[in-house]
Write a protein that binds this ligand. Sequence first.
Ligand SMILES: Nc1ncnc2c1ncn2[C@@H]1O[C@H](COP(=O)(O)OP(=O)(O)OP(=O)(O)O)[C@@H](O)[C@H]1O
Ligand SMILES: [Mg+2]
Length: 410
Amino acid sequence: MALINLLTKKQIKVLQSYLNDDWKYLILNGAVRAGKTVIDNYLFLLELKRIKKLAEIEKEPHPQYILAGYSSNSIYTNVISSIENQFGIVMKTDRHGHYHLFGIDIVPAYTGSVRGIGAIRGMTSYGAYINEASLATHEVFQEIVQRCSVRSARIICDTNPDIPTHWLKTDYIDNHDPKARIKAFSFTIGDNTFLSKDYVEALKAATPRGMFYDRSILGQWVTGDGIVYQDFNKDTMVVDEVPDDLEYYCGVDWGFAKGHENVITVMGDDLDTDISYLIGVYKSTGKYIDYWVDIAQQIQDKRGYGINFWCDSARPEYVSYFQQQDIQARNADKSVMDGIEYCSSRIKLGKFKVLRSCAEPFLDDLYQYVWDPVKGVPKKEHDNVMDSFRYGLYNQHKQLDNEFIPNIYI
Ligand SMILES: Nc1ncnc2c1ncn2[C@@H]1O[C@H](COP(=O)(O)OP(=O)(O)OP(=O)(O)O)[C@@H](O)[C@H]1O
Ligand SMILES: [Mg+2]
């Protein structure tokens, strides 16, 4: 079968570079679902074959190789199980958690935290494969590079883009010094000709405009610019009435001082249309916890007992006080970027609307909630309503999605 039927044009280019160029680092970066990991998994197998030969020549009885990824789960999903699906090669761990293939001892390293590199400290490696490299802490990445001290050791990586000042971009991808021997390939979603047109169109439609789109779809290393929720259109997304029978929940951002209002947002999902409505915003400064218990109990009286209050976990004493008053307070997952991407995506799809009676406090913050272009995250200003509604919307759906997953696969 011709190579073009097995690989995309961009993947063939990468393979040719792998085979013909003189490189120490081969870095595939760019859009999501673009085909980076699929080709890197293949190159990983070629590297293992190459190392097997090399170790034989060097009479090294125990050649080692680093397989790095953000977490044990992500290494398994992105690399190990993909290799099983792609090539029918089953890799099992030994009692140390290492994999073995072609006589190479493959040592996993988790790049998400410094603790994850315990396994490779002091090791001498013939090379490394680093999946989702931009998520690695810089220290861990450097440790992996240092471990690759065998003369012909090489490093292959794949990654999605991050801020333009990220160390992987400035120190490696943009480093064109021939002595550094770095080959970098940038992917867009269009490079993956195996994806169906419908899938790509649906993904584009659900990806928020601005930074998320430029990174995920176009594969660019960009930072946020302007307001965070750019797709919110007050002409079409502020509504005069909402359906009666909604599935209700709240978001809670604790606060007291001026500029740090306490905000409870009330939301409801229409399960028929999959549209979420913001139907209430309670915000105030200088109020003690009993005031907020009263509000939460009023909300419960109206919307039903046992509805979720997704709370800022920074004040555990408030969360447990709510619980003692029979309010279903739960610690929210506060992941800023994941939460914002989720909420923005619902906005872009027209699946989040705001009742006019509470539009003012929502829009007040929305239009002033802006990206910090240096850090690539939102500025911590005018963020109280924004945090509150994000805790509610993101966590309620994350929870539903998680509960839903087992049913899909049974
Ligand atoms: N050569 C190929 N042959 C068949 N399908 C492919 C090929 N390359 C990619 N795909 C399909 O495209 C999907 C996405 O590819 P891959 O996981 O490599 O993307 P990625 O760039 O690593 O994405 P992400 O940034 O989201 O991790 C794969 O799950 C697979 O279904
Ligand atoms: Mg990938």
